[in-house]
Design a protein around this ligand. Structure first.
Ligand code: FE2
Ligand code: FE2
Length: 316
């Protein structure tokens, strides 16, 4: 087959919802786009463990501690599935890790904000995991098989994360005036960064059309953001706290809420590495990698020793 035929065949498969598998022919640009997206996603899961991991020792009860611990461990698992999915495209885990540490690879900018109170554990679960679900449910049908399959499991766990966050918010909002204020402060701080998670406006998202054609993406950034706002407004009303946007108003014509424009200067600054915690997050990852060197060496040495023993046994 000529290159052009391969390309047509590939697109036909995608159009008929047949998954692309690791050994199938694929355009180089599809492979590269997926490597970038999946590794960025994996890095986000791992870096995302940091703001919440920081609260495990300070959770207000044993039950909350156990729940938060399980949640943070889930995120590590998500990172692992996604690194494995990316590896099927021909990039090594070491390469991905080194791209993260050098700053070449990005991760979700939301994790460059600090989690300063216990209420943030509620707001992060409710809003950040909630926004992640909006994005990720559609990825369960992504055209690349290993990515889509990893997302199915991840999404199940993400909905637990969202519920545990909302549960923290419900308890705080039903508590003392001071606790309710903590929940309000957390909503104020996390609302805008959560809306930024959907990425730039559609007119500033040049790669979206191609990703839609390849069915890696199914909905535009603005559509997903709108869906998220519409779903969240009611949840805030139930909590009895206020979304920090005076322009938030139901629009009967579009059957959705109007809301203010995002501060894109802030978004660009955080993406460029100048957010409140960018340096701290990256340093934590690099330190963890360096401190874990002896574990990797020991595991390798053990594997080699075991391989030799098996070989010797076979000879004897
Ligand atoms: Fe996750
Ligand atoms: Fe999560």
């Amino acid at each position: 087959m000529k290159e052009l035929d391969f390309e047509t065949d590939f697109q036909n498969k995608i159009d008929s919802e047949i998954k692309i598998e690791p050994k199938d022919w694929m355009p180089e640009s599809y492979r590269k786009t997926l490597i970038r997206q999946i590794s960025q996603h994996a890095h986000s899961e791992i870096v995302g463990m940091l703001p919440e991991g920081n609260w495990i020792t300070r959770a207000p009860s044993l039950k909350r501690k156990a729940i938060l611990l399980a949640k943070v461990q889930d995120e590590a698992g998500h990172g692992l599935y996604l690194y494995s999915a990316a590896e099927t495209l021909g990039i090594s885990r070491d390469q991905m890790v080194s791209d993260l540490h050098s700053g070449k690879a990005k991760y979700s900018s939301i994790f460059n904000y600090p989690a300063t109170s216990w209420a943030d554990m509620g707001a992060v679960g409710w809003l950040v995991d909630g926004a992640a679900i909006m994005n990720q449910v559609a990825l369960c049908r992504a055209s690349y098989g290993p990515y889509a399959r990893a997302m199915v499991r991840i999404c199940k766990e993400e909905s637990f994360h969202q519920r545990q966050g909302y549960d923290i918010m419900m308890k705080l909002c039903a508590g003392t005036a001071e606790q309710k204020q903590m929940a309000q402060d957390a909503l104020n701080r996390w609302w805008w960064p959560s809306l930024m998670m959907f990425g730039p406006n559609d007119e500033n998202s040049p790669n979206s059309a191609q990703s839609m054609k390849w069915r890696i993406k199914r909905f535009s950034n603005d559509d997903l953001r709108q869906k998220f706002v519409d779903a969240t407004v009611e949840q805030a009303e139930i909590l009895g706290i206020k979304i920090p946007d005076d322009n938030l108003k139901w629009n009967e014509t579009k059957k959705g809420y109007d809301f203010s424009e995002i501060d894109w200067t802030e978004f660009n600054q955080v993406v460029a590495g100048n957010g409140p915690c960018n340096k701290q997050r990256l340093k934590a990852r690099v330190d963890a990698w360096d401190k874990g060197a002896w574990v990797r060496e020991a595991a390798l040495a053990y594997a080699e020793k075991k391989a030799v023993a098996i070989k010797e046994k076979a000879v004897a």
